[in-house]
Structure formats: structure tokens, C-alpha cells
Design a protein around this ligand. Structure first.
Ligand code: AVI
Length: 329
């Protein structure tokens, strides 16, 4: 029998309520260098577009991570050990999660952490069908904030936090260290972090992944403006803005901007925001790492890389991090 606990919200879901969107947009668009937070991409339409991005031939990240798990899931599961409580940052209905769960040894529970209840419930519904014996303990919360994890059904040997997809790349270096430090506290002394990290490679290949020929990424980017129009009543003319994603070699990241094609004014609440022709809104960073870069980042959070797995084309990595003090002994 499957054991699915109702979606718990803990006390930790502190993302601003929707009526704060106006304040967020006003603040970001009032800055000298305009910027909007990348989580604004993920309304229902944006989440569906992201799924489509993952299927584009140029977006190698998902394909490579799946290929990696196809080859190494059993070895990954061996490294995590038996009687693990697996906590996933994200809704985890995906193929990679299922590939890992299939290989895990006597897992204690699976805890997907997701801010939106609908994808969380859907992922749990699907997993319960494939893993009827596995206790599922969904947690509806913002994983970037401190979490109160549900009490596991039995004592696990360790808690492993699973963070696939290179979502860590969407955090600037300082924020990535803060998030890893928070994860280190949540996993406890014996725990670990299993994390997907995209690697630096040929610039043309990285840029193509964020500029697919079918234009899905461009639509995903501009959907942020459509969302603001719908939810705060702004009047962005989507045809007067365009998507732009380029690799910044100094910063080691793809930087995505929304570019104003002409001089224009946009209504945000009761005021107007002016745009010069070619002025940009910075909307996303997707940081790329060498294995050495990422080990150094992890070290700043008090973590050490215990094992690394690569896909056959060595484009993407999955890394198992533990407390630095645990390997120093
Ligand atoms: C979710 N995240 C890892 C994606 C990335 O590659 O940075 C989001 C994305 N943005 C554009 N394409 C995909």
C-alpha cells in the first residue's frame, strides 16, 4: 500500500503573496539596471514552457542528466547507502527522480519540496503508482527558505537532499553558497547533497541551449511580462520586447535579458516606467562551472565533493557532497 501524507505547508512558505508582485515589479524596474527575479517565469504557462525547453534539441542539460542517470543511477544509489530519507528540492515527478528511486536501497521516505501545490500533488500521485511501498511526504514550501521537514515514518540512516537540473546555476555565487550552507544544516551530520551541475563547455553550445531555433526559450522569457500584465495589470507590449541570452565568459554564466526594442513607457500600477531603446531587464543567470570551480564553491559552504558522475559526453555532472569535516577525519 502506498503511504502518502497530505501536502504539509510547514511554517515556511514565505514567498511574497501575489499582491506583492506589484511591489516586486516596481522595485526591480525602478533600479538603475532593471532586474526581475527568475522565479517569476514559473506560472502555469511558464512551467509548461520550461517542460518544452527540456525537450528542445539544443537544451542538452536534461538529455545529458538523464543519460548520466541511465548509466550511473545504481552507482549513485550505492553511494547514498541504505535507509535514506530522500528530500528533493523541486516537485520531482521527473524521470531522473524515478530512475534514482528505482535503484535506492530500502529508502525510508521521499519528501518532494515544491512551492506550488498543483505540480506537487501531481508528482506525488504519479510516484505513488510506481512506488506503492515508498512513504511519500510532500512539503509545500519554498526550498530557498528554512524548511521544517515532516517527521519520517522510521529513523533514517541519513537524509540526502536531491537538487537535480543544475537549478543551483540560477543562483549567483554568493546566494549559491548560502543555499548550500542551508542545505548542509538541513541534511544533518551524516547527510549528503546530490546535486546536478552543468559544466563549462564550448560557448556556442551553451548559447544555443538558451536560444533554441523553435523560439521556446524566447517565449518562456517573455511570458514573464505576460504574467505581470495578467496579474498586476501592467501593459507591456510583448511585441516591443525581445529575449536575449549570451554567455559572459568573465562571470562564467549565461545571462538572460529582456530587451526593449524601442523607447517606450509601461504602466506599472499607478505609475509609468520608462525604457530607452535597447535598454534591458536582467531576468536570469545560469551559472556554468568547471569541476574545480564547483568544488571551491562547495568548500565555502563547508562541503566536500565525495563523488562525481559525468554523462558520456562529459557535458553535465551529478555530484555527491558531504560535510567537509566528515571527509577530513
Ligand atoms: C531551471 N534552470 C536550471 C534552467 C536553466 O538552464 O538555467 C532554466 C532555463 N532558463 C532558460 N532555459 C532554461
Amino acid at each position: 500500500m502506498s503511504s502518502v501524507q497530505p501536502c504539509s505547508t510547514g511554517d515556511d512558505d514565505r514567498r511574497p503573496p501575489l499582491n506583492d508582485l506589484l511591489a516586486i515589479a516596481r522595485h526591480g524596474l525602478g533600479l538603475k539596471l532593471k532586474r526581475l527575479p527568475s522565479w517569476l517565469f514559473y506560472d502555469e504557462r511558464g512551467s509548461a514552457l520550461f517542460e518544452q525547453i527540456c525537450e528542445q534539441p539544443e537544451y542538452y542539460l536534461t538529455r545529458c542528466e538523464v543519460a548520466l542517470m541511465d548509466e550511473h543511477a545504481a552507482s549513485v544509489a550505492d553511494s547514498l547507502g541504505s535507509e535514506v530519507r530522500l528530500v528533493e528540492y523541486g516537485s520531482g515527478s521527473g524521470l531522473k527522480t524515478r530512475m534514482l528511486l528505482r535503484e535506492m536501497h530500502d529508502p525510508v521516505s521521499y519528501v518532494p519540496v515544491e512551492i506550488s501545490p498543483a505540480p506537487l500533488n501531481e508528482s506525488v500521485r504519479r510516484l505513488a503508482l510506481e512506488f506503492p511501498q515508498l512513504p511519500l511526504q510532500p512539503l509545500c514550501a519554498d526550498f530557498s527558505k528554512p524548511l521544517r521537514l515532516p517527521i519520517p515514518p522510521r529513523a533514517p540512516r541519513r537524509t540526502v537532499l536531491y537538487f537535480p537540473g543544475s537549478t543551483i546555476g540560477n543562483f549567483e555565487a554568493r546566494d549559491a553558497v548560502d543555499l548550500l550552507r542551508k542545505m548542509r544544516n538541513e541534511m544533518g551530520d551524516a547527510g549528503g547533497i546530490l546535486i546536478g551541475v552543468d559544466l563549462k563547455k564550448d560557448v556556442a553550445q551553451m548559447e544555443a541551449a538558451y536560444n533554441d531555433r523553435a523560439g521556446v526559450t524566447a517565449e518562456f522569457t517573455l511570458n514573464m511580462l505576460a504574467r505581470l500584465n495578467r496579474e498586476i495589470g501592467s501593459d507591456f507590449d510583448l511585441s516591443a520586447f525581445r529575449h536575449h541570452a549570451r554567455y559572459n565568459p568573465m562571470a562564467g554564466r549565461i545571462e538572460t535579458h529582456i530587451v526593449s526594442s524601442r523607447e517606450q513607457q509601461v504602466k506599472i500600477g499607478s505609475s509609468k516606467v520608462g525604457f530607452r531603446a535597447e535598454e534591458v531587464i536582467q531576468v536570469e543567470y545560469s551559472c556554468k562551472y568547471s569541476l574545480e570551480d564547483f568544488a571551491a564553491l562547495a568548500e565555502k559552504a563547508g562541503l566536500a565533493v565525495m563523488r562525481t558522475w559525468l554523462d558520456p559526453q562529459r557535458m553535465f555532472s551529478v555530484q555527491y557532497l558531504v560535510r567537509a569535516s566528515a571527509v577530513a577525519r
